[in-house]
Ligand binder design. Structure first.
Ligand code: KIV
Length: 296
């Protein structure tokens, strides 16, 4: 029997919506927290069916579904369209909307207004913002004070990858590790309910975990974190190329999609599709009546 068939998937009806206390309890009990990104109704349905704990409408959707070459250009309105579709597909996971670049940095007011749009217009339970410098920490605090839970994000922060020297692992020097540690603790002190560690050494995560009271979700941060997140398209292989070192592929859907569309195109061209089973019938007498009327 395949491992896929052995998976225990909680049934829709038996599963309660995931709450902040439930996430904190998972951390306390040492139960791994599962997070995945989603950008539309089908990806949300897959996350729901798998019984994941957290769904992030990531600004990675800029690249995975909107075709931009980085996360920088995506607008708030574009992400809100994706988030609304995800909301329609989710019932139980805790849903987090990712604040896009330029939608929160300018002022606390801008950050709070953007966060409210994710909650009011797309039904998000919380928002995520990148970075743990003074600006991000102030914005996180302002949003938390406005009543919206905030997830932080340190290490590799793709929105500011140019300033970080490229899309590469962070915290690999003593100085870099201290920056990650300082930022993570500052976001925790700002009231974030959780934090993402992205692309940092596994040993650094292990050093930091005893200091983290909030659930830490890792992506390329090793096994010590409280949970893991992967980008939907990366884990399912809906992309060209291999992606980052930390990505593990659980399916190869791009190949399946390419093959499926190619087979369809070939059958249309060879007239193998549509077959008689794909058509609708009409009563012979009705057809004859039509012919006579049409010929007049
Ligand atoms: O946008 C995104 O997908 C993310 C995750 C990688 C955490 O920020």
């Amino acid at each position: 029997m395949s491992t896929m068939k052995n998976l225990q998937i909680p049934s829709d009806a038996s599963r309660l919506p995931v709450t902040l206390p439930a996430l904190a309890e998972k951390k306390r009990l040492g139960e791994p927290i599962v997070m995945v990104t989603a950008y539309d109704y089908p990806s949300a349905r897959a996350a729901e069916a798998a019984g994941v704990d957290l769904v992030l409408v990531g600004d990675s959707g800029a690249m995975t579904v909107l075709g931009y070459d980085s996360t920088v250009p995506v607008t708030l309105d574009e992400l809100l369209v994706l988030a609304r579709a995800v909301r329609r597909g989710l019932r139980t996971p805790f849903m987090v909307g990712d604040l896009p670049f330029g939608s929160y940095e300018v002022s606390d007011e801008q950050a709070v207004q953007t966060a409210f749009r994710f909650v009011k217009e797309a039904g998000c339970d919380a928002v995520k913002l990148e970075g743990g410098g003074p600006v991000s920490v102030a914005r996180a605090k302002a949003i938390v004070q406005a009543g919206i839970p905030v997830m932080g994000h340190v290490g590799l922060t793709p929105q500011t990858s140019t300033a970080l020297g490229g899309y590469k692992a962070q915290g690999r020097s003593a100085h870099g590790a201290m920056k990650v540690a300082t930022e993570a603790l500052a976001l925790q002190d700002a009231g974030c309910f959780s934090i993402v560690f992205e692309a940092i050494p596994s040993a650094l995560s292990a050093e930091l975990m005893p200091h983290m009271q909030i659930p830490v979700i890792g992506i390329g941060a090793g096994p010590a974190t409280d949970g893991q997140v992967l980008v939907f398209h990366d884990l399912l292989g809906i992309r060209e190329g291999l992606g980052a070192r930390f990505v593990k592929r659980y399916a190869h859907l791009q190949e399946e999609m390419d093959a499926g569309v190619a087979a369809y195109a070939a059958e249309v061209r060879s007239r193998a599709y549509p077959g008689p089973e794909h058509g609708y019938s009409i009563d012979e007498a009705e057809l004859q009546a039509f012919r006579e009327a049409f010929a007049r």
